[in-house]
Ligand binder design. Structure first.
Ligand code: BG6
Ligand code: MG
Length: 218
């Protein structure tokens, strides 16, 4: 396939903000007296803020104003943790891959469900490496709907067939495939085994590795 664009999810792919999302939800759950484990959190990975809260509440139904207040409280905790982020928080392999893609003339975008994506990109100082950012404000329907990745491809002015998505979440891999894009899954096969190619993370992953891994699978 002729890859002309790579669309990266942000949280858990370029940096470990997935951990900060977990800690923020866990703090909220603790305050509400609701048990919330790392295993529970796996279901929230890549999922929108609202759906994450619904999953955390495990069937409890609250009035809309309380839902809004709880989402704001969690976001406050999350935003507090973002002050710690520096360029050193790019996950292993990300810096060299972004440099290689730039040299190879491959366009790059972020396709993140997060409304904090711009802030995270600013703190990681990768704004100059990324050609387009599609975030939690870009589309209505969250992953696993294809909309965010289709929107990102549109920002790059590329057909979906020439874009590859890199994701750490099952819902993100589903979204990429629903958009008719090839998906690279990062993490355990139990989570992203349905992707077109899987790597543990981006350490030592080159453009050639991505092309070869995708060609190995029909
Ligand atoms: C995704 C994260 O990138 O963004 C989810 O994987 C998060 O954990 C979602 O819930 C929404 O993020 P935010 O920052 O808008 O609450
Ligand atoms: Mg993610």
């Amino acid at each position: 396939m002729n890859i002309r664009g790579i669309i990266f999810d942000l949280d858990g792919v370029l940096t470990d903000t997935a951990e900060y999302h977990f800690l923020s939800w866990q703090r909220l759950a603790h305050e509400l007296g609701i048990p919330f484990t790392r295993d529970d959190n796996e279901h929230l990975r890549g999922v929108s803020r609202r759906q994450s809260l619904e999953l955390l509440l495990k069937g409890r139904v609250l009035p809309e104003d309380q839902m809004q207040a709880l989402m704001e409280r969690k976001n406050g905790y999350y935003v507090e943790s973002l002050v710690n982020i520096t360029p050193d928080d790019l996950l292993p392999g990300v810096r060299p891959l972004l440099d290689e893609l730039r040299t190879a003339g491959i366009q790059t975008a972020i396709g993140s469900a997060s409304k904090n994506a711009q802030e995270v990109v600013r703190r990681l100082e990768i704004g100059a490496d990324i050609d387009a950012i599609a975030d939690g404000y870009s589309v209505i329907r969250p992953k696993p709907a294809p909309d965010l990745f289709v929107y990102a491809a549109g920002m790059l002015r590329l057909p979906v067939a020439e874009c590859v998505v890199v994701e750490d979440a099952a819902a993100g891999v589903d979204a990429a495939q629903a958009a008719a894009m090839k998906a690279i899954g990062l993490g355990p096969v139990e989570r992203v085994g349905h992707a077109d190619a899987v790597f543990p993370d981006l350490s030592n992953v080159t453009l050639k590795d991505i092309v070869e891994a995708l060609e190995a699978r029909p």
